[in-house]
Design a protein around this ligand. Structure first.
Ligand code: ADP
Ligand code: MG
Length: 678
């Protein structure tokens, strides 16, 4: 047996099984060895029957004294009971709809049970416990693996047992010095103990090693991708101190002091020889776009082009219109680029970028396509809500010679993670709202009757020439039963209201644009939408946001959606219609009613959902980790980061033989289209 062997060489793995394993990404024994348990079940504590306690998971072995069908329950079909005993006592075990068991199990058989006893009429009883014959029983700490259709837990465990002898052949991807410096256990030992841990200490040691390895690969890749991105690099220099002031003076409002501070920080970066690498964090509506606009103005006045990448077409288009008005007044030409554009129009934009006649470009990820060439790109801005991957940002950056970088986000990111995701960025925070904003009043509603009242309220607002959003979650067919689709809501509203429109992600861009334009111009009173409006769009006259099936959105997302209203000077309202009145739904509702503070809400969201959900690697277009979790293992992450830096400093292209395995793993993890300096 060899780690490179195909799993088909194992007994019991035919073509069909092999296919099922392929779905889990497993084709070799090595893949199998690196398929780690998700959880463990502690079955070390084998007790006698007299020690069984109500509601406590237990493992025990006993002899079948009685096994008999005892009749029929309407809910559960035929009932089978066994009486199991050992030297210390006996306990009843009940199975529903399992007459077939009486064929294979006989009086006198020795069985091992895993389950939680319940009291029933004064007697201890186990209902449907897991069990096996004593001879086949697995006790100890049992691994629980991720599975797919066609592969059972038992089978996976058995296969792991089968290949257990070759775990030790796994080769370390780290050089011996790194292992030593970080007190890492041997890789073979780690694999053995992550599958079959003898105790908690060994499991921890094992996990540490494996998590460390994963982070080493991730961090080495990121460092290699960022090697030319360090803050010491020279960047495009905008040598026009104060040029932004004439633009600021032309704005119809004065900047908040937070915006002013942020603009100053950006201007200083842009004027210096050092390339800017800055993250702007600010709650929805805090005026990040205005700050970006000012930076683009400064770039243009210095002869540089700017590009802004937005996560959705609608948002990109809205930015485009805003910039065309604002920057256009100053003679700056603004271009727009998306994937769905007509070829002729696109060619025109591309040539404008190449000859430099277009100074500012706004678009979706279309702006990173290879055919997009700039004459003199000096500023790259991404407006994102965690939607762009690290790699997309790098591709965009490569369109210029060391362009300055500005990333805008409405989600507060813990500093430690920002470093991983964005590299060594400087951070500016806009922690103040433009004046005159009234906090949005938020109310939760649960049932049909409440929905009627919400619609009554919307009607009154419409009669005051205000506008209304209704947002529904994106649902697929199978869920259609329990969530209201946009279409359904639209149909219902259309019976009652006149000027209602529906917008959803499957629509053509031109249709969406038309509807958005009509809504913007006040020709539509109620806009029913799936989450396409989640980010960024700006219609200050809209004062009501109704969110259907609010329980399906994350809190941070609800906050984003709510940020679509309250953008003008009138009082705005948000109604969360919950399809559930569970404890959790209520708690979430309370948080939303109580707070308008995105940072607070994000924190609460993190408490409820767990940080991994929100800051997972995949969220950021980074390769998937198996065991490693950027939040839970932040200390390991930081250590690995330093180690990766040290290794790359010593051996930039990872050319030394002792680093070749690491290099291969990095290349494999990041794939071909991730540009690495390796
Ligand atoms: P963000 O991108 O942070 O969500 P925007 O830049 O879209 O916020 O700003 C939201 C709205 O506030 C826009 O209509 C913008 O014109 C307006 N705005 C921005 N800054 C100010 C300010 N200092 N005073 C008044 N209104 C502002
Ligand atoms: Mg914005």
């Amino acid at each position: 047996m060899n780690l490179q062997d195909s799993i088909s060489t194992l007994k019991g793995i035919g073509p069909k099984k092999a296919e099922a394993f392929a779905r889990l990404g497993i084709s070799t024994l090595e893949d199998l060895a690196f398929t780690f348990p998700r959880l463990y079940e502690d079955r070390r504590n084998v007790i006698s029957i007299s020690e069984l306690k109500e509601d406590e998971n237990a493992v025990f072995t006993g002899t079948v004294d009685i096994i008999k069908p005892v009749g029929y329950s309407r809910r559960s079909g035929k009932v089978l009971k066994m009486l199991i005993s050992d030297d210390t006592g006996s306990v009843e075990v009940v199975f529903f709809n399992a007459y077939y068991l009486s064929k294979s199990i006989h009086i006198g058989d020795r069985l091992t049970f895993f389950g939680k006893p319940q009291m029933n009429r004064g007697r201890m009883q186990l209902v449907h416990p897991e069990f096996s014959r004593e001879s086949e029983a697995q006790t100890g700490i049992l691994p629980i693996y991720p599975l797919t259709k066609g592969i059972s837990q038992r089978e996976m465990r058995k296969l792991q047992q089968t290949i257990r002898t070759v775990y030790a052949d796994a080769e370390s991807i780290l050089n011996p010095e790194t292992e030593k410096r970080n007190n890492l256990c041997d890789i073979g030992y780690a694999i053995e103990n992550v599958h079959f841990p003898e105790d908690g200490t060994k499991l921890r040691e094992a996990k540490y090693r494996l998590v460390f390895d994963e982070f080493m690969v991730l961090q080495t890749g990121l460092q290699a991708a960022k090697a030319d991105q360090g803050s010491m690099t020279e960047g495009a220099r905008f040598n026009n101190p104060g040029a932004e002031q004439e633009y600021i003076d032309s704005l119809p409002y004065s900047l908040t002091s937070a915006q002013e501070r942020c603009v100053k920080e950006i201007a200083k970066d842009l004027e210096s020889a050092k390339r800017m690498n800055r993250l702007v964090q600010g709650d929805v509506g805090s005026g990040k776009t205005a700050v970006a606009e000012i930076a683009m103005y400064k770039a243009a006045k210095c002869g540089f082009q700017s590009v802004m990448m937005a996560p959705t077409e609608i948002l990109a288009h809205q930015h485009f219109e805003g910039f065309r008005d604002g920057l256009g007044k100053h003679g700056i030409k603004v271009g727009f680029l998306t994937g769905s554009m007509k070829a002729a129009k696109k060619r025109e934009v591309l040539s404008g970028l190449k000859d430099g006649s277009i100074q500012v470009l706004v678009g979706t990820h279309a702006v990173i396509q290879p055919d997009v060439e700039f004459k003199k790109l000096g500023l790259v801005i991404t407006d994102e809500q965690h939607r762009f991957g690290v790699n997309q940002r790098i591709l965009l950056k490569e369109k210029g010679e060391n362009p300055n970088i500005l990333v805008m986000t409405a989600t507060p990111i813990p500093r430690t993670l920002a470093v991983v995701i964005y590299g060594d960025m400087d951070v500016s925070v806009i922690d103040e709202m433009p004046p005159g904003r009234l906090p949005v009043h938020t109310r939760c509603a649960v049932d049909e009757k409440a929905r009627g009242k919400v619609y009554d309220f919307a009607e009154r607002q419409i009669s005051q020439v205000k506008q209304v959003y209704v947002v529904t979650p994106l649902i697929d067919e199978s869920e259609a039963m329990d969530a209201r689709s946009a279409q359904e809501v639209y149909d219902q509203l259309s019976e009652r209201f006149e000027r209602v429109a529906l917008i959803h992600s499957a629509m053509k861009q031109s249709e969406k644009d038309e509807i958005m334009a009509d809504f913007s111009d006040g020709k539509i009173d109620i806009l029913v939408a799936t989450v396409v409006i989640e980010v960024g769009i700006n219609v200050p006259n809209a004062t009501v946001m109704i969110i259907e099936n609010a329980e399906r959105f994350g809190l941070a997302q609800l906050h984003q959606l709510r940020g679509r209203v309250g953008r003008g000077s009138s009082q705005s309202y948000c109604f969360l219609i919950q399809g559930s009145d569970s404890e959790l739904a209520r708690k979430r509702g309370e948080i939303m009613e109580k707070s308008n503070d995105g940072f607070f809400i994000a924190e609460e969201d993190m408490k409820i959902r767990g940080p991994g959900e929100i800051f997972g690697t995949r969220q950021h277009g980074l390769p998937d980790m198996k065991l490693a979790d950027m939040v839970r293992h932040i200390d390991v992450l930081n250590t690995a980061r330093d180690e990766a830096k040290a290794i790359l400093a010593d051996d930039p292209g990872l050319l030394k033989p002792e680093n070749s395995k690491l290099k291969n793993r990095v290349k494999k993890l990041f794939g071909d289209d991730f540009s690495l300096n390796l």
